[in-house]
Design a protein around this ligand. Structure first.
Ligand code: NDP
Ligand code: 2IT
Length: 445
């Protein structure tokens, strides 16, 4: 057992107190890197490779004052963690949610390094956000916040340095306000954000990409095991960008999706989720899920958590971190689940992941399964660089090829180190290998 891995995990816990999500993400990655670290322990230790990997290149924390509709000044905290630029400009979303703190942004930024590496595209890892809650705010308040946030962030980002995008709470509206303020301050129209609107440099299929990509990789994995998603019962959590487009592609592939959820409660529709209705409620009207049962009386609405109690073949957690715990994993296994693929970032706890794997459930970790979003962001960057835009079909087919290639890459990496079928190990090792060879080539920086 590599003592170097243990030492670095202990240091991370000691030096980053009160950041449990960051500890969890580091532990999960470093534990699976043991076989690689053991082969190279002397060199990695001499070069402090793991210490450099777990320490962000830069973290920026700033005040975000804005004025609400009553004339009251409000103050939020903004963050951007520029974690690792070994293989390209920092790339990763901005999360706007009251739960955001530095530890959450660091966990997301750390995951992003390996995810971005797995896409095969030239993007480094970063993440940002704020504890601002867009929910219940007027468009003017959201604009005021976004303009203030960008008035500080613009100093640190750029099309070739750091390219933020959406995440929880940051969708097309917020990206538009952020882009407008960046352009005004810099006096320069450049691809500094992805997930932009189509009239000003956005890419077709970026909105759909994370959810679609999740289904493309899941289908490829099932295909390689002689199965298919067609005819399967699927349980989804979340009702945001990732969840909605995962439901859409699952339905297109012939699956029956029976649940979705938001931060208040969840829906069980045994006849299959009506996607047009769900989109109207969540995207167009920004309403609560209770509206769904009002429109579909044969469906059930429950307060709180509960989608994992529904019998299914495939479970797709698409809301937030640690939303699927050990008890949920036990319920899923008892009900015969065969596949869990993570649309969200780190939605399963370490105990839940271990339990699912021990019970022979196919488990695709988020950094592989949800990589289609950031991969398509990188395709948006390419289109911006060449000042062209590609058709939906072209972007979608590139996305599909990337997800299929990604599956075979993590499958091969797992097998090479004696962990055939363990996609957690495969994703961490395959993502790490590319980053490490780039770091080694660039010297001690
Ligand atoms: P959205 O804001 O569009 O949707 C998030 C959904 O999850 C909403 O339905 C929200 O409920 C629910 N949710 C959020 N936080 C909580 C919480 N603390 N408890 C319960 N429910 C919650 O975000 P996305 O769909 O973009 O993101 C979902 C996940 O996917 C996140 O983990 C994100 O990091 C990850 N991801 C996103 C990518 C993207 O391209 N957008 C790419 C890769 C990963 P409510 O409607 O009440 O707000
Ligand atoms: O977690 C993620 O990969 C995202 N939120 C998307 C990041 C991006 O830059 O498109």
């Amino acid at each position: 057992m590599s003592s170097y891995v243990n030492e670095v995990i202990e240091r991370v816990i000691k030096e980053n107190p009160n950041e449990p999500e960051f500890h969890q993400a580091v532990r999960e990655v470093l534990e699976s890197l043991r076989p690689v670290v053991e082969l190279n322990e002397d060199q990695y230790r001499r070069d402090a490779l793991l210490e450099r990997l777990v320490n962000p290149e830069r973290q920026i924390k700033f005040r975000v004052p804005w004025i609400d509709d009553n004339g009251q000044v409000r103050v939020n905290t903004g963050y951007r963690v520029q974690f690792n630029s070994a293989i390209g400009p920092y790339k990763g979303g901005l999360r706007l949610h009251p739960s955001v703190n530095l530890g959450i942004i660091k966990f997301l930024g750390f995951e992003q390094i390996f995810k971005n590496s797995l896409t095969g595209l030239p993007i480094g890892g970063g993440k940002g956000g704020s504890d601002f809650d867009p929910k219940g705010k007027s468009d003017r308040e959201v604009m005021a916040f976004c303009q203030s946030f960008m008035s500080e962030l613009f100093k640190y980002i750029g099309a070739d340095t750091d390219v933020p995008a959406g995440d929880i709470g940051t969708g097309a509206r917020e990206i538009g306000f952020l882009f407008g303020q960046y352009k005004r301050l810099k006096g320069c129209f450049e691809g500094v954000l992805t997930g932009k609107g189509l009239p000003y440099g956005g890419s077709l299929a970026r909105t759909e990409a994370t959810g679609y990509g999740l289904l493309y990789i899941t289908e490829e994995m099932l295909k390689c095991h002689g199965q298919s998603i067609e005819g399967k019962t699927v349980v989804v959590s979340g009702a945001g960008n990732v969840a909605i487009h995962a439901i859409e592609k699952a339905q297109q592939l012939g699956a029956k999706v029976v649940t979705c959820s938001d931060s208040n409660g969840w829906i069980y529709d045994p006849d299959g989720i009506k996607l047009d209705l769900l989109k109207d409620i969540k995207i167009t009207k920004r309403q609560r899920l209770t509206e769904y049962t009002n429109a579909v009386p044969s469906s059930e609405y429950h307060e709180g958590k509960g989608v994992w109690s529904i019998k299914c073949d495939v479970a797709l957690p698409c809301a937030t971190q640690n939303e699927l715990g050990l008890d949920d994993a036990k319920l899923l296994v008892a009900n015969g689940v065969t596949t869990v693929a993570e649309g969200a970032n780190m939605p399963s706890t370490i105990e839940a992941t271990e339990y699912l794997k021990a019970n022979n459930v196919f488990f695709l970790p988020g950094k592989a399964a949800n990589a289609g979003g950031v991969a398509t962001s990188a395709l948006e960057m390419s289109q911006n660089s060449e000042r062209l835009s590609w058709s939906f079909e072209e972007v979608d087919s590139k996305l599909k090829d990337i997800m299929i290639g990604l599956y075979h890459n993590i499958d091969r990496a797992a097998e090479k180190y004696g962990f055939k079928g363990d996609y957690v190990v495969g994703a961490n090792i395959a993502g790490f290998e590319k980053v490490v060879s780039a770091m080694n080539a660039q010297g001690i920086v």
